[in-house]
Design a protein around this ligand. Structure first.
Ligand SMILES: C[S@@+](CC[C@H](N)C(=O)[O-])C[C@H]1O[C@@H](n2cnc3c(N)ncnc32)[C@H](O)[C@@H]1O
Length: 401
C-alpha cells in the first residue's frame, strides 16, 4: 500500500496540538513523549471506531467468511505469519499486537504446544485483544501492556518475533531491534511487515503523518543497518518496487536471525584452526589461558571470533567467516559479540591489529592508532609477538558505556 503525506499539518494557526512534530527519531534516548501520547491517542480512536486523524480505515481481517478471526480489525500492512515459517510448539512475540489478529494467526500456526505473547502500549487495543483471547486464544495467547523499546519479556525467551506495521511508528528503532535481539533465543528469528520509504525520511517529520505510518518509515538500507547494529544476521529487507516515486512509502517484508553464538570448547579447536588457516590468520595462542573464542557452527564452524583478555584491555583476534557464509553479516555480529563479552569480563578498552578488516573495525567504532599506543600488557600476546605482521594496523575502541 502506498501512502501520501497528509496535506493538512497539525500546526495550523489556532490549533492546540502538542508541539511535537519533530521527533528525534531513532536517536536513542530522545523520543518525544508527546508524540508517543499522540500515537496512543490515534490508535485508541482507530480501535474504538471513531476514526483516526489520518491513514486508511482499519480493514477487517482478510479471512474466509466463516473464519473466527474475521471479526478482528486489522491495522497492518502485511501478514508476517505468512513468511515467519512458524512451527508447532514455538513461542512467538508480536510487537505492537493491536487488536490481536496476527497473534491469533500465530497461535493457529504454533498449535497447542506453542505460546504467543503480544505487547502493545495502547490500553484500548489491549482490551480488544484480551476480549478476543477469551474466545479465540485457547489459553495460549497473552497480551501485555508495554512499549516495544523496553519489552516486558525475559531474555532469550522467544523463538520468533513478529510485527505488523508498528516499527515505523517507533522513535527509537535501534532500541526496538536491540530488545528484539535480547528476547530472542540464540538462533531465533524475526519476521516483520512494515512500511518503508524509497529515500530518506523527511528532515522535519509531521506528527499526523508519523501516526499514519508515513513519516517514521525508514529506507531499506537504514533498516538493514539498524538490524545489523543490533547483532542480526541473514537480514532480508524488501527493496522498493520498481518505479516507486522518490520519497514514497511501500509495504515490505523483513526477515533476520539472531546468530547462535556459543563459546568454543577444546573439541572445536582443530576445526577453528583450519578456518583461521584458510583465512590466513594466526593460530598461535588459541589454547592460552587469556584467549576466549566464540563460534557459530552448522556442523563445522561457520564463523569464529576471539579476544585475549589482559584485565582492562582486550585484544580482538581470530575473526574469520567461512567462504560460503560471507556476506550474511556474521563478521559484524561476531565482532559485536566479542566486544560485549570483553566488556562483561571487565575490559575498558578493546584493541585490534589487522591487515584485512580495517573497514569493519572502523564501522564498529574503532579508531586507528600508532602501534606504540598498544598497552604494555598486550606485549605478552602470541598474536603480537610475531604472529601478526609488522604491517598490521592498530585500532582502539573504548568499551565504556
Ligand atoms: C498500525 S497499528 C498495528 C496493529 C497490529 N499489529 C495490526 O496489524 O493490526 C500500530 C499498533 O502499534 C502500537 N504501538 C505503536 N507504537 C508502539 C510502541 N512504541 N510500543 C508498543 N506499541 C506501540 C499501537 O498502539 C497500535 O496498536
Amino acid at each position: 500500500m502506498r501512502r501520501e503525506r497528509p496535506g493538512r499539518l497539525l500546526r495550523e494557526p489556532g490549533m492546540t496540538e502538542p508541539a511535537t512534530t519533530q521527533p528525534a527519531a531513532s536517536e536513542p534516548g530522545r523520543p518525544d513523549p508527546a508524540l508517543t501520547e499522540r500515537i496512543r491517542a490515534h490508535y485508541t480512536a482507530r480501535v474504538e471506531g471513531g476514526g483516526g486523524c489520518c491513514g486508511p480505515a482499519a480493514g477487517a481481517a482478510a479471512t474466509e467468511p466463516d473464519d473466527p478471526l474475521a471479526t478482528l480489525p486489522s491495522f497492518g500492512c502485511g501478514q508476517p505469519t505468512v513468511f515467519a515459517e512458524l512451527a508447532a510448539g514455538e513461542t512467538v512475540l508480536d510487537l505492537g499486537s493491536g487488536a490481536g489478529l496476527d497473534a491469533f494467526r500465530a497461535a493457529e500456526a504454533v498449535g497447542p504446544e506453542g505460546r504467543v505473547l503480544g505487547v502493545d502500549m495502547t490500553p484500548a487495543m489491549l482490551a480488544r485483544a484480551r476480549a478476543a483471547a477469551e474466545r479465540l486464544g485457547g489459553g495460549r495467547v497473552t497480551f501485555l501492556e508495554g512499549v516495544i523499546e523496553a519489552l516486558p519479556v525475559g531474555d532469550a525467551s522467544v523463538d520468533v518475533v513478529i510485527s505488523n506495521c508498528v516499527v515505523n511508528l517507533s522513535q527509537d528503532k535501534a532500541a526496538v531491534f536491540a530488545e528484539a535481539f535480547r528476547v530472542l533465543r540464540p538462533g531465533g528469528r524475526i519476521a516483520i511487515s512494515d512500511v518503508l520509504r524509497n529515500g530518506d525520511r523527511p528532515a522535519a517529520p509531521d506528527a499526523e503523518a508519523w501516526c499514519a505510518c508515513i513519516d517514521g518509515a525508514e529506507p531499506a538500507a537504514r533498516y538493514r543497518r539498524l538490524l545489523a547494529d543490533a547483532g542480526f544476521v541473514d537480514i532480508a529487507v524488501d527493496p522498493p518496487p520498481a518505479g516507486l516515486a522518490q520519497g514514497a512509502t511501500y509495504d515490505a517484508a523483513v526477515r533476520a536471525r539472531r546468530p547462535a553464538v556459543r563459546p568454543a570448547t577444546a573439541a572445536d579447536l582443530p576445526a577453528i584452526a583450519n578456518l583461521l588457516a584458510d583465512a590466513g590468520l594466526p593460530r598461535e595462542g588459541l589454547r592460552d589461558a587469556a584467549t576466549r573464542l566464540y563460534l557459530v557452527d552448522d556442523g563445522a564452524p561457520l564463523a569464529v571470533v576471539g579476544f585475549e583478555s589482559y584485565g582492562a584491555d582486550a585484544l580482538l583476534r581470530s575473526l574469520a567467516v567461512r567462504a560460503d557464509a560471507r556476506g550474511r553479516g556474521y563478521g559484524g555480529a561476531l565482532l559485536r559479540h566479542a566486544l560485549n563479552e570483553a566488556r562483561s569480563e571487565g575490559a575498558a578498552t578493546a584493541w585490534g591489529l589487522t591487515t584485512t578488516i580495517p573497514e569493519l573495525l572502523t564501522r564498529w567504532g574503532f579508531d586507528e592508532v600508532g602501534r606504540e599506543a598498544l598497552p604494555e600488557a598486550l606485549h605478552a600476546s602470541a598474536e603480537l609477538r610475531g604472529a601478526c605482521p609488522a604491517s598490521a594496523r592498530a585500532f582502539r575502541r573504548s568499551l565504556e558505556p
